[in-house]
Design a protein around this ligand. Structure first.
Ligand code: TPP
Ligand code: MG
Length: 676
């Protein structure tokens, strides 16, 4: 039973006992975090003071004794990564960056917490400050990002050696992150791979927004993580010595570690501590003042006394010698240039040459292949040439065609491979891939069925928001997959992906376009890419291998024989269908052009005159084996759409295209009817 709101608050007694302990330097340093969190939230009139106040003590021990970093260079490649998965507690991170002396997080920035253009945004946002490792807020994502970061660290350590790559990944998460399903996927994988340099500090405060966790959460979290293969411990999160001992223990562990820190949310607040009341709103003037006086903090708002500030700044410089020693090692390292290239996200000099050769071969041979198979051929050209590419699939390797012969898998204890068996964990996979990309030095690509993009959507959205280069190979992209039926046939998925800002969706129509789209995906350094690929074979319609025509997002595949009367605009498997329909229309004297539109996003970036010239003035007919949602953007109010009106069905693909009226004959009939 949850305690009634009027019940006495047992946390207050525990809090009084903790406050009665002699105030150490560490306590004072943690009090500075608490005071800043209180002040910033008060000033912004919104925000989450409770979590920073509760976790300030544990975070102080982590930042002053364990986290390897140097505030002078927050992007130092071999720094430990710190992920605040409980992103609502953003003031904890901002206070830490501020106190440790990071440039760009001055007191003015904290005073502008949650205001337009402040790096101290409501939730931590990657790119707003170099010390923010990832964007968090959607609970659970941070843990999975961290699993990806820890995995990238292992992969790069295997490639470049321990002298260049040897760092840990630390996470602070709360009850919410652990309730989220994604934490189960990510933790299970981390346990399986024994990512021993990953440590999660769990803010075990028994409170979420609705109140006590007993309302909805009775897992034995320690047992749960132990069952995943993690090493687990419980500590008093307000006892620096206990936290210190646990962090030392975690640093020695051969397994990923979870440290459950028993804390009091809103620690020091006289009435709201230990309650959801301190979770997500300002304490209020009176309670804020009383909280400070309970801590013995007698300083004006946003003021940190010199002695405490000095201690914190010293902690910010703690790693400087380690960093300088590392820089010396790097300067002498035989792989220095390669390491710097990979970490900067620059592709190898001749990376596209094998792909250019493949395109020439495709132009000559015009093979009839499923685009998922063409994708495999592109990967065979790319993966050996781009050593930072790390592939994987959520248990569909044979269907997604994502692996390349001779590329070994990443396995527990040996991270020299470049292919990850993610298991059936799409959400965890996509989020961990974000962490890998954020870590740097690797370009992750995945595989699953297109219809399961929805299982990854929150992570794809964040990759787009954070502008990260992650590539998703999503096969079985329509009713063309056939017999597996409507559960597996995406109809609304393309529309759903196309509306995510800064995501590029490609749906190539043949082997040539697939190679071109792969080239564009790998080159795209500032955002994620989806490749929607067919299960069924498709004829190659392109023989020109020179210019990458997909780069403009859309282009004329076949021009009309005379002044256009109709323009058939198709993507993916329907381009071939449009070409067949054009032949029939032309035979009947109706001058018709075919346009391939592999990427709406890239096409939208072209100037209007190019787009107008491609789409033409004649009747526009959109053809795509998906719902028509969004197509009016290209077709205008007078266009026709040939596609799906609802869910698919289970049958051989050919029968389905006939059944749903997506055939050359149907296109011809629709055009003739409209033209009269
Ligand atoms: C995916 C997701 N769902 C819901 C929310 C809204 N939300 C923010 S914090 C929170 C409660 C989190 O509880 P906990 O992690 O225990 O944080 P605490 O209250 O202890 O600070 C919720 C539901 C969110 N940010 N992300
Ligand atoms: Mg909580």
């Amino acid at each position: 039973m949850a305690p009634s709101p009027d019940a006495p608050n047992p946390a207050l007694e525990a809090q009084a006992a903790i406050l009665a302990r002699p105030a150490t330097d560490e306590r004072r340093m943690a009090d500075a975090i608490r005071a800043l969190a209180i002040d910033a939230v008060e000033k912004a009139k919104s925000g989450h003071p409770g979590m920073p106040m509760g976790m300030a003590d544990a975070a102080t021990t982590l930042f002053t004794k364990y986290l390897k970093f140097d505030a002078a260079d927050p992007r130092w490649a071999d720094r430990d990564r710190f992920v605040l998965s409980a992103g609502h507690g953003s003031m904890l991170l901002y206070a830490l960056l501020h106190l440790t002396g990071h440039a760009g997080m001055g007191i003015e920035e904290l005073q502008r917490f949650r205001q337009l253009h402040s790096p101290a945004a409501g939730h931590p946002e990657f790119g707003e400050h170099p010390g923010i490792e990832t964007t968090t807020g959607p609970l659970g994502q941070g843990i999975a990002n961290a699993v990806g970061m820890a995995l990238a660290e292992r992969i790069l350590a295997a490639r470049f050696g321990k002298s260049l790559v040897d760092h840990r990944t630390w996470v602070i998460c709360g009850d919410g992150c652990l309730q989220e399903g994604i934490s189960h996927e990510a933790a299970s994988l981390a346990g399986h791979l024994q990512l021993e340099k990953l440590c999660v500090l769990y803010d075990d405060n028994s409170i979420t927004i609705d109140g006590d966790t007993s309302l909805s959460f009775t897992d034995d979290t320690l047992k749960r993580f132990a069952a995943y293969g993690w090493a687990v411990r419980r500590v008093d999160g307000h006892d620096a010595a206990e936290v210190d001992a646990a962090l030392a223990w975690a640093s020695r562990s051969r397994r990923p570690t979870l440290i459950a820190c028993r804390t009091i949310i809103g620690f020091s607040a006289p009435t709201k501590a230990g309650t959801a009341g301190s979770h997500g709103s300002p304490l209020g003037e009176k309670e804020a003042a009383a909280a400070k006086s309970a801590m013995g903090w007698n300083h004006p708002p946003f003021e940190v006394p010199d002695g405490i500030r000095e201690r914190w700044e010293l902690a910010g410089r703690r790693g400087s010698g380690t960093r300088r020693a590392w820089l010396k090692r790097l300067a002498k390292h035989p792989m220095q240039a390669e390491f710097e290239r990979a970490m900067a996200g620059r592709l190898p000099e001749a990376w596209h040459e094998p792909l250019a050769a493949l395109r020439a071969t495709i132009g000559e041979g015009k093979p009839k292949l499923a685009t998922r198979v063409s994708s495999q051929k592109a990967l065979e050209a790319l993966v050996p040439a781009v050593p930072e590419m790390v592939g994987g699939s959520a248990d569909l390797t044979g269907s997604n065609n994502t692996n390349v012969k001779g590329i070994p898998s990443v396995v527990r204890g040996n991270f020299a491979g470049r292919y990850i068996h993610w298991g059936v964990r799409e959400h965890g996979m996509a989020s961990a891939m974000n962490g890998m990309a954020l870590h740097g030095g690797v370009i992750p690509y995945s595989g699953t069925f297109l219809v399961f993009a929805d299982y990854m959507r929150p992570a794809i959205r964040l990759a787009a928001l954070m502008r990260q280069r992650v590539i998703h190979v999503l096969t079985h992209d329509s009713i063309g997959l056939g017999e597996d039926g409507p559960t597996h046939q995406p109809v609304e998925t393309l529309a759903g992906l196309r509306c995510i800002p800064n995501l590029v969706v490609f749906r190539p129509g043949d082997a040539m376009e697939t190679a071109e789209c792969w080239e564009l995906a790998v080159k795209r350094a500032d955002g994620p890419t989806v490749l929607a690929l067919s299960r069924q074979n498709l004829a190659t319609f392109r023989s020109d291998a020179g210019e990458n025509r997909c780069a403009r997002g859309g282009y004329v595949v076949e021009e009309a024989s005379g002044p256009r009367r109709a323009t058939l605009i198709a993507t993916g498997s329907e381009v071939g269908l449009a070409i067949a329909a054009r032949a029939a229309l032309e035979a009947e004297g109706i001058a018709t052009a075919v346009v391939s539109l592999p990427s709406w996003e890239l096409f939208a970036l072209q100037d209007a005159s190019y787009r107008d010239q491609v789409l033409g003035e004649a009747l526009r007919v959109g053809i795509e084996a998906a719902v028509g949602f969004g197509w009016d953007r290209w077709l205008g109010p007078d266009g026709l759409f040939v596609g799906m009106g609802g869910f698919g069905a289970s049958a051989p693909a050919e029968d389905l295209f006939k059944h749903f009226g997506i055939t050359p004959e149907a296109v011809v009939a629709a055009v003739k009817k409209r033209l009269g």
